[in-house]
Ligand binder design. Structure first.
Ligand SMILES: Nc1ncnc2c1ncn2[C@@H]1O[C@H](COP(=O)(O)OP(=O)(O)O)[C@@H](O)[C@H]1O
Ligand SMILES: [Mg+2]
Length: 339
């Protein structure tokens, strides 16, 4: 645990700002997270909690309306926020790659599979057309696509959904990145294909020593894939730590609520919306803890003062007054609850 993490986000905040500047959506708010080389971090949270914005922030691919307002993003010892756009283009694809939710959106219908799978190798490694084509064949083999020599000559519409997802995966690993970010990569797949794809990602991770950030709605997938977990609520990480510890003893009431409806691996429904109430508008957050209006355990203090990140155990934190370590804080909380 003493070795330096591959990626470490420190108090990272990214907001969407309306043109007049009157509406500020705090999509990523003071996020502190780290991931070691070869590790797998799951990020879960309801729709709109900031997961995709966090992924786009790491890649510095935010739309023009967004601003990274504070923090640091250390990756292999360098702050990605200090990099120029040109330097970031070299980081993307080559050292950090991303797999998007919808494979069709990442594939160009007009170009052959071989062309698209080989492109990052040409761009980042200066490979010749012929060599890139050979690499494409090898990469299709690596993602377990049969008859890769034929498949490279075909086009996206000639592939099944599962195959397209594998091809996007092949593009992701084409330059042997150190970190792969997968944003809900299985949502569009049926269950059998989904399970196969997850096995494939795990194999690739083992074979290539990749670190993986896995964004998902599905806690069954987290259990299968991840060793670390970050739970996001309203742009903030409200609980994080080793998956096994969080699953066996969740601290934050939001995490408890999520785990109360833990799906089986074969269950593909969106359980995270099963919690009563609505997530807050990120442009007008309530004072105090953003989860307080939905929280069965909330005390008066929770409604006036946002909890800081408390250390719960080694490598575990929670943003909840219930996790306050000192008796005094708890006593204050209790007092304010009767007041
Ligand atoms: N391009 C955008 N402009 C303005 N607000 C956005 C934009 N994209 C996302 N948001 C807002 O940012 C918040 C977080 O969204 P997102 O990161 O997509 O969450 P998730 O991936 O967890 O569903 C939401 O409130 C969403 O409405
Ligand atoms: Mg998303």
């Amino acid at each position: 645990m003493s070795s330096e993490p591959l990626l470490s986000l420190e108090n990272l905040s990214a907001h969407y700002v309306s043109q007049q500047g009157s509406r500020v959506v705090r999509a990523v708010d003071e996020v502190t997270l780290s991931l070691s080389a070869g590790g797998t971090l799951g990020i879960v949270g309801e729709s709109g909690s900031g997961k995709s914005t966090l992924a786009l922030t790491i890649l510095r691919l935010l739309p023009p309306a967004a601003r990274i307002v504070s923090g640091r993003m250390m990756f292999e010892g360098e702050n990605l926020l200090d990099k120029s756009d040109t330097e970031m283009r070299h980081v993307r694809g080559k050292r950090i790659a991303m797999i998007l939710q919808d494979p069709m959106a990442s594939l160009n219908p007009l170009f052959s599979i071989g062309n698209q799978v080989g492109e990052p190798v040409r761009v980042h490694e200066g490979a010749s057309r012929a060599n890139a084509w050979k690499r494409a064949v090898g990469l299709l083999k690596a993602v377990r696509i049969a008859s890769p020599e034929t498949r490279v000559t075909q086009f996206p519409h000639e592939m099944s959904g599962g195959m397209r997802q594998r091809i996007v995966g092949a593009i992701g690993i084409s330059c042997e990145p150190r970190l792969l970010i997968a944003d809900e990569p299985t949502t569009s797949l049926d269950l059998t294909i989904q399970a196969q794809y997850l096995n494939l990602l795990r194999d690739l991770q083992r074979e290539h020593g990749l670190a993986l950030i896995f964004i998902t709605h599905n806690l069954g997938i987290v259990a299968k894939m991840c060793d670390q977990l970050a739970v996001m609520y309203a742009g903030r990480v409200v609980e994080q730590g080793p998956v096994s510890q969080i699953f066996s003893a969740p601290v934050h009431p939001y995490t408890k609520a999520l785990l109360g409806s833990i799906p089986r691996m074969t269950d593909n429904r969106d359980h995270l919306t099963a919690i009563e109430g609505q997530p807050p508008d990120l442009a007008s957050l309530p004072p105090g803890c953003a989860f307080a209006p939905r929280c069965a355990m909330a005390f008066a203090r929770c409604r006036v003062e946002a909890p800081p990140e408390f250390a719960v155990d080694e490598g575990r934190t929670a943003r909840c007054w219930l996790a306050a370590p000192d008796a005094e804080a708890k006593a204050t909380m209790m007092r304010s609850s009767v007041a």
